[in-house]
Ligand binder design. Structure first.
Ligand code: ADP
Ligand code: MG
Length: 587
């Protein structure tokens, strides 16, 4: 019966999960021994019923009875020790496996390409790291305890019964297959419900995360009702599945116990037959009857263990699905040393993975010489940010080439390629750390205080850091919630300044600054641009007038190119844009 259950679910997932057990084999074996020991003590107890009644009570053997109390205490000592060993070892193994899986998952998520993260919700992924791994441990260790401990108990009880009266025990040959069929049937249902629970849990976290991230928007747009009902729906979904699982469990338990009760009734009926009655002692009868009653508990647990096991397997499967996602293809072999910064896009076509029907970039060709600045302008959605994220290979292009110092960027290792660039974008990501550490983020070598201070001064970070209690050592909270958009961008600019990368990408880096502070840090930006190759995307044309080359983008194409003066002279799209921004002012 037990073997049948295992083979039913021994798919690739459980085999793969098993491989995580390998380093902790010893602990697992100890846990198994403890569990089997525990079961054996229980069987031992019941086996003593027969001599206790027949020899002790019926035979009035006081010598035998004298040892009974001692026997009880010794057995319980052994039972307690077994229980402790089993529990300790199993939780040691389980906790280690969860730790390993979590770490692997975390590292793998970090290695996955940007396109994967574009297409998967953060909440769902977080629930994999936190909930699914925990679920896996809980479910599988519970399943293991039942399978091994209760399994051994059942086998021991059956052996005991056959040993004492094989005639009465024959009934088990009939009911065992029956029970096996039922268990097989319910386990299919368990599996389906378990998968639904995983999905529902992912939705719950996604929904919560959305609410927490968008809290302000919800408040200001009065979205409470929508969010409330959205959450109520997914919340209710988990409840439904939970209840379904529990009811499937209870139903199958009831049926299995009913079948077992037939066996019990049959045994008592048989025992009452005159032929049987002669050969049965009171002790043997008590032993068989109590064994059968004792069987009910493990039978119930063994029937429902599949529910737990399937829940664990569903969790494991969802974790493995992520681990099976291909990480970023880092096939380049050349380590980039410091480059001169010659960038060339050569007939590049691109569409985002998963959105292949929509071509975002079409036939993009341009060249930036070392030390030059190219500016991208155009309506929002025209593909400017996309161009800037192709250079660090956040996405792979389908057609054309991108060359850096006359070599395709595919030839370089990702790490060394990205080291050549500093990116300041519209959405600044800050870590829950001090301002200083946020500025120095990702640097291999420590920076001297004087240098850091100099950079912070240039980026006008000191202007607001000075007013804070701990200056640059002020902790700024998760994603810098305590800072204004402009302050955040100044930190990002300082970060880029410190990096000394030969290529600089500014993607609307000053969009969160008002004109006043933008003018102030224009100095910092000029400093930043000096001596590098720059790609500048700006919403304010005034910041790009000095660019060596301006590319005007529209719907994924470059429709005009040239410097400020020649583009104005052309009187095309650029001139239009320019007039729109400075319509009021005399040009
Ligand atoms: P810009 O920076 O010029 O405002 P983008 O380069 O951000 O424009 O976007 C260009 C087009 O690509 C837009 O139509 C946008 O909808 C689409 N797009 C941008 N990012 C993604 C993404 N991660 N997945 C799918 N489509 C995207
Ligand atoms: Mg953009």
């Amino acid at each position: 019966m037990i073997n049948l259950q295992i083979s039913d679910v021994s798919n690739t997932t459980s085999r793969r999960l098993f491989s995580y057990l390998k380093p902790y084999k010893i602990g697992f074996v100890c846990a198994m021994l403890g569990m089997v020991g525990y079961a054996l003590v229980d069987v031992g107890f019941i086996s003593m019923l027969q001599p206790f009644i027949d020899e002790g009570i019926e035979g009035k053997d006081t010598e035998f009875l004298k040892y009974a109390p001692l026997f009880i205490i010794v057995m319980f000592l052994f039972r307690g020790a077994s229980h402790f060993i089993a529990t300790y070892c199993l939780s040691w193994v389980g906790a280690n496996i969860v730790k390993d899986l979590r770490q692997e998952l975390f590292e793998h998520l970090m290695r996955l390409p940007v396109s994967f993260h574009d297409q998967n919700s953060t909440g769902d992924l977080i629930s994999k790291v936190t909930y699914s791994t925990e679920q896996l441990k809980q479910a599988t260790s519970k399943a293991l305890i039942v399978l091994i401990r209760e399994g051994a108990f059942v086998i021991g009880l059956l052996a005991l019964m056959f040993w004492n009266s094989w005639q009465l025990s024959l009934i088990f040959l009939v009911i065992a297959p029956l029970i096996a069929v039922i268990v097989g049937f319910v386990s299919k249902r368990f599996r389906k419900i378990s998968n639904n629970i995983q999905t529902a849990m992912g939705l719950v976290t996604t929904c919560s995360e959305q609410m927490l991230n968008g809290h302000k928007v919800i408040l200001s747009f009065g979205g409470q009702k929508v969010e409330k009902s959205r959450f109520a729906e997914v919340n209710n979904m988990t409840r439904q599945q939970d209840v379904k699982l529990e009811s499937a469990k209870a139903m199958s338990t009831g049926v299995v116990q009913l079948i077992a009760s037939f066996a019990l009734a049959f045994v008592i009926y048989m025992a009452s037959q005159p032929a049987m009655l002669d050969s049965l002692t009171a002790g043997t009868f008590t032993l068989i009857a109590s064994s059968m009653v004792m069987l009910l508990r493990p039978l119930k647990q063994l029937t429902t263990v599949n529910g737990d096991f399937q829940r664990g397997m569903a969790a494991a499967k969802s974790i493995f699905e992520i681990l099976d996602q291909l990480p970023e293809q880092d096939t380049g072999t050349r380590e980039l040393k410091r480059i001169s910064g010659h960038i060339r896009f050569d007939h590049v076509d691109f569409s985002y993975p998963g959105h292949e029907d929509k071509q975002v970039l079409q036939d993009i060709s341009f060249e930036v010489l070392p030390g030059q600045t190219v500016a991208l302008v155009g309506r929002s959605g025209s593909g400017k940010t996309t161009i800037s994220s192709l250079l660090p290979r956040f996405y792979e292009i389908e057609k054309g080439r991108i060359l850096l110092d006359d070599s395709s960027i595919k030839n370089f290792t990702l790490a060394s390629l990205r080291q050549q660039m500093a990116i300041v974008s519209q959405h600044v990501t800050l870590f829950n750390d001090t301002i200083a550490n946020n500025i120095m983020y990702g640097l291999d070598e420590p920076v001297s205080d004087a240098h850091l201070l100099d950079v912070a001064e240039k980026a006008h970070v000191m202007e607001f850091a000075r007013q804070m209690q701990d200056g640059l050592n002020t902790i700024i909270g998760e994603n810098g919630v305590s800072l204004s958009g402009g302050q955040r961008q100044r930190i990002a600019i300082a970060r880029a300044l410190l990096r000394q990368a030969p290529i600089l990408i500014l993607d609307e880096a000053t969009s969160a600054l008002d004109t006043e502070s933008e003018r102030k840090i224009q100095g910092a930006l000029d400093e930043l641009l000096k001596g590098r190759t720059n790609i500048v995307i700006a919403h304010r044309l005034s910041t790009i007038e000095n660019a060596d080359q301006i590319l005007v983008m529209d719907q994924g194409r470059i429709i005009e190119r040239g410097d400020h003066a020649s583009l104005l002279a052309q009187d095309g799209a650029y001139a239009q844009l320019y007039k729109m921004q400075f319509g009021q002012k005399p040009v």
